[in-house]
Design a protein around this ligand. Structure first.
Ligand code: BDR
Ligand code: CA
Length: 314
């Protein structure tokens, strides 16, 4: 059992990741923290509330966090995720807003006081997580692991030739996290691109008929269209949901423990994750860098099976 906090900027793939986590008995979701990323903070926070309510889990705490990266300006991408960030479904308005209290305070307090170690799942720019580690370095000892979706080395980037979105938006935060000494699993583009959803997965999801599955099907169809238009590919990886899958089913993924850092200053390479795969720097291994998936269809089969069990109304 992992006790998790999900730090997120929904995003359709964040939505799948959150729903998968809520549907998984191996994960005890202690709360969600939101960050500016795919959309501005107010929108990602509202989206997070809508997602937990869709799952029938209105009880899950959502705390709003940082409205911009540590040093840089926000960088929303409505061209990828649509005007709401979770386009593709006609969402009911959230019944209520987020909890009182800043996400970074919630992270610090929860990690400090929880009886068992807490696993942080970071699915957006890592601003909140870095802030928490800077404000309260003592929490590092009570973090089981940080699993983050971000970066890319063998595949390059998806926003610039060198940089993946989450790391590009807040490279300083990613660097703080990677240098924190906490055990880290990175789920970069190298791994997510090796884990594409089945072709026309949206149709298969829609066939289940439940409200959650119809919402998933709509979001997936929206996501597939963007992939088709930009890359000419018939299927797309649900990046953030792959990160939760890697925590749930590590046997389906391959990677290597090695030294990883972030380029923050490069003229052409700012936001690049630099992976010392062949261990040439002599620096300590700080990150399990996932690079492959042995059976993508099985990942999405298991995901579909779990999502289909989620109800709504709570
Ligand atoms: C990451 O960027 C965001 O757009 C997605 O939600 C995901 O977290 C993929 O590069
Ligand atoms: Ca995300």
């Amino acid at each position: 059992l992992h006790h998790v906090i999900i730090d997120t900027d929904p995003g359709q793939d964040d939505a799948f990741a959150i729903l998968l986590a809520l549907a998984s008995p191996e994960l005890n979701v202690l709360g969600l923290t939101t960050v500016a990323g795919n959309m501005g903070l107010d929108q990602t926070t509202d989206n997070a509330r809508r997602i937990v309510e869709l799952a029938g889990r209105a009880d899950v705490a959502v705390h709003a966090g940082c409205a911009r990266p540590l040093l840089r300006g926000p960088r929303p991408v409505p061209e990828i995720h649509g005007d709401t960030g979770i386009d593709g479904w006609d969402w009911a308005p959230a019944r209520r807003g987020p909890e009182q209290g800043h996400a970074v305070d919630f992270l610090i307090e929860t990690v400090r006081t929880h009886a068992a170690k807490v696993c942080l799942i970071a699915l957006g720019p890592q601003t909140n997580v870095a802030m928490a580690l800077r404000m309260a370095p003592d929490i590092a000892d009570n973090i089981e692991r940080i699993v983050f979706m971000g970066g890319g080395f063998f595949e390059g980037g998806n926003m610039t030739p060198a940089a993946e979105y989450n790391v590009l938006v807040d490279p300083e935060a990613a660097r703080i996290v990677l240098r924190s000494g906490v055990p880290i699993t990175a789920v970069p583009l190298d791994c997510t691109h090796a884990t594409p959803a089945p072709v026309n997965w949206s149709s298969s999801l829609a066939a289940h008929g439940s409200e959650v599955m119809r919402a998933c099907a709509g979001m997936m169809a929206f996501f597939e269209r963007y992939g088709n238009a930009k890359h000419g590919t018939a299927s797309r990886p649900l990046h953030d949901a792959v990160a939760v899958s890697a925590l749930l089913w590590p046997e389906l993924f391959t990677g290597r423990l090695c030294p990883v850092d972030v380029e923050c200053a490069g003229e052409l390479t700012s936001g690049m994750t630099v992976v010392d795969w062949l261990r040439q720097t002599g620096k300590p291994d700080n990150c399990l860098w996932l690079r492959g998936c042995s059976n993508p269809d099985e990942v999405y089969r298991r995901m579909e099976e779990r999502l289909a069990k989620l109800g709504s109304g709570g």
